[in-house]
Write a protein that binds this ligand. Structure first.
Ligand code: OOB
Length: 540
């Protein structure tokens, strides 16, 4: 089973000739920046400030320590860290070694992590001691039991019986470098059919998207980027995110608390110029700023993406926060769209942007893959210089997720405006987008089906004024229905991330069916939307 589906030779040749794939590695990028801007501040984390030289030295020292442990090129390492400076030191160390970080999110728990460790056959798990009141060392103990192949657990902070990250800083030695065409990292898919798939991104393709994004977003050495969303997610990592800032030679400011009180103070203190939010956070910031009137004068660009931003909220951002809104519609599999900083107001509030690259190929098709006339709404397919051609070790899934000529089926329903901007109109994939956090319906359904009193279940999205969508589980119970709290406790005990726990459970006797006899999820979505009072939808 192949770990990575390469682009066909003629495509790869074209992307190189066009100068998109430049033969640069992520480790090399940091080395270049340390050479050109060594003393400039790369990362602000609480009271700590690391220069580019310091970040580079730490990455080199950690790479040596990890190599001593036996981590080699092509090994997989699950990294689950909150927004701390070590996140970048660890990942640049792995990039230097050619080992592949698997980017778990801080919210993931035993179920997700054992899946990532098992699926990737990870040799190490790198995490923190305690984050948001949760002890990751206890999680590591449980993982050790579930995934015996996991050899090393490395902890940032108090390591207890595990390896302390600090003990791995070793006098740097020269190590063989990976090739730019090699896989650099494994991102997570939002998932729609069962468990998350892993997304192999190469140094060449990822860095092309990073450089082009930095350019589109006007990053420079004077940029100060506030990383508010989880650092491992594709949006704050590469769109243009921290990597875009490192490319431009600017500064990344980290925060573990995206609430307005902390972040507004940080924006004023560090003179932050750009940040990225999901729509619910943008709404919280807008409402807070009405009360606080904080000094946000340094902020020039606010990126919002990960889920659909409503027009009503979009309209408020420029006038009320005093910065330019940029809508971002992207996916860890590749394609990222941005409204441009010089787009007209109506385009910025009314579209989700246009692709990064002139060589991003976008098709809007019907249910049978037949292209639709310009402007029509349909399934969005894409291929291009930074969109994968296949998931990691998933041949059956790949056969469905990609067309025979290599287009990725995004699962999004969209239409394209004459200038190339896309408007996201909906979703064909069986997923709930909970304010940017993706919940695969089938994964949660399978966990609920494991409960002895559950005969059948269907998880659907329900509208929510704050998150955009929440999840509702329709359950057919065996005999006496269990209580909703009992089902949620059952899911938590199975080690499922909190954001996947259904927000509401409705017990029913049967499911509506489609003409072909499948559960009619659209009818279930309509049922729950009708049941929610208008009051619930407008108040928070
Ligand atoms: C980003 O990446 P993922 O992989 O977590 O999620 C991708 C999916 C898209 O296929 C789409 O369904 C949804 O998230 N999405 C949006 C959106 N941005 C993402 N739906 C409507 N409007 C938007 N602006 O979410 C991601 C990756 C890179 C940059 C930004 C977001």
């Amino acid at each position: 089973m192949s770990a990575f589906t390469p682009w066909p030779d003629d495509f790869a040749r074209r992307y190189r000739e066009l100068g998109y794939w430049q033969g640069q590695t992520l480790g090399g990028l940091l080395r270049e920046r340390a050479a050109s801007r060594g003393e400039h501040c790369a990362i602000v984390c609480g009271e700590r400030r690391w220069s580019y030289a310091e970040l580079d030295t730490r990455a080199a020292a950690l790479a040596t320590g990890l190599a001593r442990l036996g981590i080699r090129a092509g090994d997989r390492v699950v990294v689950q860290l909150p927004n701390v400076a070590e996140f970048y030191a660890v990942n640049f160390a792995l990039f230097r070694l050619g080992a592949w970080p698997v980017f778990a999110l801080p919210a993931h728990r035993r179920t997700e992590l054992s899946h990532f460790c098992g699926y990737a056959q990870a040799r190490a798990y790198i995490t923190t001691d305690i984050d948001a009141g949760f002890d990751h060392r206890q999680l590591a103990r449980e993982l050790r039991g579930a995934v015996p192949e996991l050899e090393h657990v490395i902890i940032v902070g108090d390591a207890q019986e595990f390896i302390a990250l600090d003990s791995l800083y070793d006098a740097p030695v020269a190590l063989p470098e990976p090739a730019a065409s090699d896989v650099a990292l494994l991102q997570l898919s939002g998932g729609s059919t069962g468990l998350s798939k892993l997304i192999p991104r190469t140094h060449d393709d990822y860095l092309y998207s990073v450089r082009a994004s930095a350019d589109i977003c006007g990053l420079s050495a004077a940029s100060v980027y506030l990383c508010t969303l989880p650092a491992a997610h594709n949006f704050p990592l590469s769109s243009p995110g921290a990597l875009g800032v490192f490319h431009a030679g600017g500064t990344v400011v980290l925060t573990r608390r995206p609430n307005p009180e902390d972040t507004f103070a940080l924006i004023a203190r560090e003179r932050v110029t750009i940040t990225a939010l999901v729509p619910p956070l943008a709404l919280v910031w807008l409402d807070a700023q009405r009360q606080q009137r904080a000094d946000l004068s340094s902020l020039t660009v606010l990126q919002v993406g990960g889920a659909k931003l409503s027009e009503a909220v979009a309209r408020r951002i420029g006038p009320e926060l005093g910065c330019t809104l940029q809508q971002v519609f992207g996916m860890a599999e590749g394609l990222v769209n941005y409204t441009r900083l010089d787009d007209g107001f109506e385009l910025v509030i009314g579209s989700q942007g246009r692709p990064i690259s002139p060589h991003d190929e976008v098709l809007i098709v019907d249910d049978n893959d037949a292209p639709l006339p310009p402007g029509a709404t349909g399934h969005l397919l894409t291929r291009g210089p930074y969109t994968i051609r296949g998931y990691y070790r998933a041949p059956e899934h790949n056969a469905r997720a990609f067309t025979t000529d290599g287009y990725y089926r995004t699962g999004d329903i969209a239409r394209q405006l004459p200038g190339g901007h896309l408007v996201v109109e909906g979703r064909a994939k069986d997923q709930i987008n909970r304010g940017g956090e993706k919940v695969a319906a089938e994964e949660v359904e399978n966990h609920l089906l494991a409960h002895p009193q559950v005969a059948d279940v269907a998880l659907v999205a329900m509208p929510d004024a704050y998150l955009g969508e929440k999840s509702c589980a329709f359950v057919i119970a065996r005999e006496a229905p269990p209580r909703a709290v009992e089902l949620n406790r059952f899911l938590r005990e199975r080690g499922l991330a909190q954001f996947k726990i259904p927000d509401r459970i409705e017990f029913v006797d049967h499911f509506p069916k489609t003409a072909v006899g499948k559960v009619d999820k659209r009818a279930l979505r309509d049922t729950i939307a009708e049941r929610l009072t208008p009051d619930r939808l407008t108040s928070r």
